[in-house]
Design a protein around this ligand. Structure first.
Ligand code: T6T
Length: 316
């Protein structure tokens, strides 16, 4: 850790960088491009980022695609690059497709800061802030195992879109942890394209084909919300244990009313605030830690009232 910190300290964000243009250290304009408009995880990032930018005396232009979708996000990025901010703070919706436009932004002297999701190519962003998503998937599995107890049966994980770095890592952590429990049969992970209705359809079909289903893991907000609907419609809430990821107002309601048994909550406020601070440091040419993993917590009905600081916002 010491060596990694030292390297970060010397780097000013430039070590290992290739193809970066000159950034004006006096540029006071930031841009934040989240993964999806109006979605509580990203709204919580946005609120914290706006506060951090204002208190540092920076302007911040916040934009997002209507859906978690790389084509619209790339278009938004193109528009923002033409306004020449000092940094773009972004949650790339695809770990490969956003690499070329972000490299282009960097070549134009714009510092790239990743929040939440990340590119496969680690050389483009000066820094990356996210939950430890692999560990989050493991935590979800451990929580589900506790909820299921000794009961043998099938378990299903719902991923979103292939190429989403966060949910891919969560699914992997979950699968590898569940494999340690021979009484649980892991069904093939299914993709929902981040549509709650698709998640609901998959869970309904899985229940019909696997009457021994004992647990479901929704790797993010939309998959978990869809799974809760399907289990409730089938009269299976609380019989099939559901562990969700994220803590939107609806997910928290579902935890309270027993449609969901546990949530793995992230800390989007910290990701948003630190994302802005790192962006400002990178613009000024100051040292920037290249990667930070923020904490997560497993919330159940029993401890939820003590953990309300982790609940997400639907508006600032
Ligand atoms: O789970 C979050 C985020 O971490 C993920 O990358 C995409 O989905 C969410 O925004 C929830 O919808």
């Amino acid at each position: 850790v010491g060596a990694a910190l030292l390297l970060a300290g010397c780097g000013s964000g430039q070590i290992g960088d290739t193809g970066g243009g000159q950034t004006d250290p006096n540029n006071k304009d930031l841009a934040l491009i989240t993964g999806m408009r109006g979605e509580p995880f990203y709204v919580s990032i946005e609120c914290a980022a706006q506060e951090a930018a204002a208190s540092a005396g920076y302007r911040i232009n916040v934009q997002a695609p209507e859906k978690f979708e790389q084509a619209e996000q790339s278009q938004i990025l193109g528009g923002i690059v033409s306004t020449k901010p000092g940094a773009v703070i972004i949650a790339p919706t695809d770990d490969k497709a956003l690499a070329a436009p972000l490299q282009q932004a960097k070549s134009n002297g714009i510092q790239v800061v990743e929040v939440d999701t990340a590119l496969e190519d680690r050389s483009i962003a000066v820094t990356s802030l996210s939950s430890d998503n692999y560990a989050g998937g493991q935590l979800a599995a451990q929580t589900l195992v506790q909820l299921v107890g000794d009961k043998p049966g099938s378990v299903l994980a719902l991923n979103t879109k292939a190429g989403t770095s966060t949910t891919d890592e969560r699914a992997k952590g979950f699968e590898e942890e569940i494999a340690k429990h021979p009484n649980l049969k892991l069904l093939p992970t299914q993709y929902t394209e981040n549509e709650p209705a698709t998640a609901a359809q998959i869970v309904s079909a899985t229940l019909a084909a696997n009457p021994d289903l004992v647990g479901v893991f929704g790797t993010n907000l939309n998959t978990g919300e869809g799974a809760a609907t399907a289990l409730s419609n089938a009269g299976k809430s609380g019989q099939v244990q559901l562990v969700g990821f994220d803590a939107s107002p609806k997910q928290v309601d579902d935890l309270r009313n027993g449609r969901v048994q546990a949530l793995i909550a992230q800390n989007p406020g910290k990701i948003g605030a630190e994302g802005v601070q790192r962006a400002i440091a990178a613009i000024k040419g100051e040292p920037v830690e290249p990667e930070t993993k923020t904490e997560m917590i497993a919330i159940t009905r029993d401890n939820m009232e003590q953990q309300s600081q982790y609940f997400y916002k639907s508006s600032c």
